[in-house]
Design a protein around this ligand. Structure first.
Ligand code: ADP
Length: 204
């Protein structure tokens, strides 16, 4: 009997990337998309901003320190952030994959992350760049500040965060592009359209 099966051999199917980073300016929608994507893939979304905010609300030592930077729109010092991420990535639930949101965002953090992942015998397999223009993100963040009272979502702090992003985080794009793992996704489309584009960017 002839085998009429049309299924593709496993070796021909590129596996879905599962060690991921989502990067983009503040207000591009990283948090929203990270939560959806991670849930769909069954991997933890690891947001340094969320971890800092949880520490701020519990008034831990780390929270008190982080707040002094966050409220000014500055980055928390690399040494503090790197240690925090190292601990988080070492946890069991991150063994088969993870989605980093908001880390790394400096070249020094890229180097630190490379070291952490090398120790774990792994590496990032996809970096998703969520693109959105300045006017749109400022508008979104002002609205978020009015709704949620997030203390760094005031116009002055937002403008400063965008400036810090442009200066310290955009150089990462070139690094990951050079490694061939970067995919660009338009963050100005609807939430569902962005989700679909991000999911598509994990294949192949
Ligand atoms: P956004 O991307 O909208 O600025 P986040 O919630 O990702 O918001 O981060 C909020 C703040 O937390 C940042 O402005 C910064 O102060 C701090 N933070 C988050 N991630 C990092 C990081 N990787 N390095 C340094 N500071 C960070």
């Amino acid at each position: 009997m002839t085998d009429t099966s049309t299924s593709t051999p496993a070796s021909d199917t590129a596996p879905t990337a599962r060690r991921l980073l989502i990067v983009g300016p503040p207000g591009a929608g990283k948090g929203t998309q990270a939560a959806r994507l991670a849930e769909g893939l069954g991997i933890p979304a690891i947001s340094t901003g969320d971890i800092f905010r949880a520490n701020v609300s519990q008034s831990t030592e780390l929270g008190v320190l982080a707040k002094s930077y966050m409220d000014k729109g500055e980055y928390v010092p690399d040494s503090v952030t790197n240690d925090m991420v190292r601990d988080r990535l070492a946890q069991d639930d991150a063994r088969e994959g993870f989605l980093l949101d908001g880390y790394p965002r400096t070249l020094a953090q890229v180097e630190a992350l490379d070291g952490m992942l090398a120790e774990l015998g792994t590496a990032l397999d996809r970096v998703l760049l969520l693109e959105a223009d300045d006017d749109t993100v400022v508008e979104r963040l002002i609205a978020r500040g009015q709704e949620s009272g997030r203390s760094d979502d005031t116009e002055e702090t937002i403008r400063h965060r965008l400036h810090v992003y442009a200066e310290q985080t955009t150089p990462l794009v070139e690094v990951y592009e050079g490694r061939g793992v970067l995919r660009r996704v338009d963050g100005m489309a609807s939430i569902d359209e962005v989700s679909a584009a991000l999911t598509a960017a994990l294949q192949g």
